[in-house]
Design a protein around this ligand. Structure first.
Ligand code: PAF
Length: 284
């Protein structure tokens, strides 16, 4: 695996591959790679001749009181994992390479509607930071395919909408959430959990499964289902941010008659903020 830090080196390599007629798949990450990321890399291999992975902890998507400074950074270990997974190129730029004038003055991409509410409400500016850096990375790498995990469901819809609205010539490939044996969605932030919190954390997935069961049994009292979900989480020690049943894709509030739904949840356990989601198809 080759590692480059500069856009010019990245472009030179990608150009050479393109001249040989090779297709490129891209996996953007913030590093601290776990099995969920490696599933994206594995899928990338299936779609293209060359796999490019970026590791960049994007300051623009963190709020002033969030964990940018202490976000886990493990470039050496990540490099070994990517090399073992037959990644062709690792792009690990410094902040100044991505934001030479500082991210506060960078041109920005706002994606309305799907970025509003849910994480968009509690993390103002977060999705503008995500959309902007993903657009920049797409322009740097110019991939044929880009892979994103379903775990960050709202982020995925923001990126899909941006790609459609701005006509990026990139196919977005979605990879299902990778879970621990007890159902906890893999996340770089799981490492923040204490042993006790780690035991409680799978409750998030269990509660969503219970709600899906309720929907499958014909319940359509969405607000009551959401309140029940919140109640179970609070009783288990979570401080909930939202528990919401939405239409899959559009993220509109669930209405009777909608058959493709997704349950989205964000909650804190101690200092650790966890998010997860579970989609379901209903027969009306
Ligand atoms: O999902 C992530 O790791 C980040 O939000 C992304 C897409 C790499 C943009 O910084």
């Amino acid at each position: 695996m080759r590692t480059v830090n500069l856009i010019a080196d990245l472009r030179q390599q990608v150009k050479a591959w393109r001249q040989q007629g090779q297709k490129i798949a891209f996996v953007p990450t913030m590093g601290n790679l776990h099995a969920g990321h490696m599933a994206l890399v594995e899928q990338a291999r299936q779609h293209a001749d060359k796999v490019v992975v970026s590791i960049f902890v994007n300051p623009m998507q963190f709020g002033p009181d969030e964990d940018f400074d202490c976000y886990p950074r493990s470039l050496a270990a990540d490099s070994v994992k990517l090399d073992q997974a037959a990644t062709d190129l690792l792009f690990a730029p410094p902040v100044e390479e991505v934001y030479p004038r500082g991210h506060g003055v960078a041109s920005q991409i706002d994606v309305p509607e799907v970025s509003e509410g849910l994480c968009g409400a509690s993390r103002p500016g977060h999705f503008t930071g995500v959309a902007t850096v993903v657009a920049k990375l797409f322009n740097m790498v110019q991939p044929d395919y880009a892979l994103f995990g379903e775990k960050d469901y709202q982020q995925l819809q923001v990126i899909r909408r941006m790609v459609a609205d701005l006509c990026f010539p990139v196919d977005i490939i979605v990879v299902p959430t990778t879970r621990e044996a007890d159902g906890l969605a893999m996340s770089s932030r799981n490492g923040y959990l204490s042993a006790d919190e780690r035991e409680t954390a799978p409750k998030l997935y269990q509660v969503m499964q219970q709600v899906v069961q309720g929907l499958a049994q014909g319940r359509r009292d969405y607000a009551a289902l959401e309140q029940e979900g919140l109640g179970v989480l609070e009783a288990a020690g979570f401080v909930s941010e939202y528990f919401s049943i939405r239409q899959a894709g559009s993220l509109k509030l669930a209405q009777p008659g909608m058959t493709e739904l997704v349950i989205l949840v964000a909650a804190k356990l101690g200092k650790t903020r966890l998010i997860d989601n579970l989609a379901c198809s209903l027969v009306e």
